[in-house]
Design a protein around this ligand. Sequence first.
Ligand code: CDP
Ligand code: CDP
Length: 220
Amino acid sequence: MNLPPVIAIDGPTASGKGTVASLVAERLGFHYLDSGALYRLVALASEKQGIDVKNGPELGLLVPKLLISFKNSQIFVNGEDVTDAIRTESIGLRASALAVHPEVRAALVGLQRSFRQSPGLVADGRDMASVIFPDAVLKVFLTATAAARAERRYKQLIAKGISAKLEDLLQDLQERDARDSSRGAAPLLVADGAKVLETSDLSIDQAVKTVLDWYQSAIA
Ligand code: CDP
Ligand code: CDP
């Protein structure tokens, strides 16, 4: 059976994964999976229920109890719109803390793979190429310097009217990078066969074009 093609885009926080992946999906008419949103919504739901972020088994049991649905660009959990609530820096940090648990990761595998539907999928996260879609037709590791990424996150928050300090963002981002890269379960890494795209000096359009060109070469 021929499964629909997957483009896997992994990378550290604020490297532009979400922006680039969703534009590539739009250009190809593919589905889009923001896998980080799933870890973020587990972070939000578990915080509300007072579950300790260190308790892997209990967090793993929580996941199947969450009724998760996506409508356009909105995300609902048990009927509640959590689209904005999951985007805070504190939820990002909590997500990275609970993402170290194999129980949480295992509970999210099936849901992530269910996004692979015709005519194809662009998926972004940390382990799309290494664990979730190891047979992806194109694997991209998107990156940029920590300073460039902190600056991007800063501008993104200010544009949304959220106050932020550049030094705090840089510190949060380095903490998250260190934890995501050093964990035992599905660490952030350049997967076998992945192409590295350094975007510190690239515009969004240039990054999108590069991924589209790589995809055309991969399927030629
Ligand atoms: O998903 P991820 O955390 O990797 O990053 P993002 O939310 O897609 O991008 C973070 C910010 O960087 C967004 O405001 C993008 O518009 C911006 N960006 C950029 O300025 N240049 C790029 N080449 C890619 C993203
Ligand atoms: O947008 P940003 O890159 O800051 O984060 P995200 O992609 O929304 O992911 C939030 C956190 O979830 C990350 O720091 C990772 O620890 C975790 N995550 C993961 O472990 N595996 C994934 N496939 C996606 C996210």
